[in-house]
Design a protein. Structure first.
Length: 243
């Protein structure tokens, strides 16, 4: 199956790299120079002009959300599947694209390593779309535009929040005397360990398992609670959702 990715930014690149060993991927853009980077990955590219034919194609919309109307006027024919990864774009906004199936999805840049968690929403047949989205990680169906907005903040924005956590923990290790490379490697390993633990247990239960009476962990957890870290994350998610 061929997948046409319309756009060549960071998200488009991550998806192309994640899917290239499963499908024939074609990245479509308007600037030859920006498309040139894909040659080193043996990923095909095409340049669109005034009109671009999408008839019977499986396309992923990965350009800037504000360009949806302009791009839709350049697309001719009827696509088989149209997957939009345009941030905060509602499903009915995709009606400007002629397609048998329209799907809104919000992956993250871990798609490059087949590790994206991708919520999606559709009212059409999602069999092909889910196969594609699972090709660069794991997909999760939601059932409304509002749910997709909230899910998209967790999937798309939380990596930036967690990057702050990772950096802070690594800096803390340096403050306590660790070399920065060692500290960062330990933090990276802890994140990998935690993701496995989270697959099998609720986070509250994980915390309780690690916190022993008068122990070192509960001492640190108490400081985090005193600083309002839990509330800060909830507020950050709300702020991103409102944006």
């Amino acid at each position: 199956m061929k997948i046409y990715i319309l756009g060549n930014g960071a998200m488009a690149t991550a998806m192309a790299l994640g899917l290239r060993d499963l499908y024939e991927v074609v990245v479509v853009g308007r600037d030859k120079e920006k498309l040139a980077k894909f040659a080193k990955f043996d990923i095909k590219t095409e340049v669109y002009g005034q009109i671009y034919d999408i008839n019977d194609k499986n396309i992923i919309l990965a350009f800037k959300p504000y360009a949806l109307k302009t791009m839709s006027e350049k697309l001719s024919g009827r696509a088989n599947n149209c997957i939009s990864v345009l941030a905060m774009t509602k499903l009915d906004e995709l009606n400007c694209i002629d397609a048998k199936n329209r799907i809104c999805a919000i992956p993250n840049i871990a798609a490059e390593f087949k590790a994206s968690i991708t919520p999606y929403f559709t009212q059409d047949d999602d069999s092909v779309a889910k196969e594609v989205l699972d090709g660069f990680g794991k997909s999760v169906a939601v059932y409304s535009d509002d749910e997709l907005k909230s899910a998209g903040v967790i999937a798309g924005c939380a990596p930036a929040y967690l990057a702050i956590v990772a950096e802070a923990l690594a800096n803390g290790g340096v403050k306590e005397g660790l070399k920065k490379e060692i500290s960062l490697n330990l933090v990276s390993g802890v994140f990998a360990s935690f993701s496995k633990l989270l697959e099998h247990s609720h986070p509250a239960l994980l915390k309780e398992r690690v916190c022993s009476p008068k122990g070192t962990t509960i001492e640190g957890v108490a400081v985090l609670e005193e600083c309002g870290v839990r509330s800060a994350f909830i507020k950050a998610l709300s702020a991103s959702a409102k944006k």
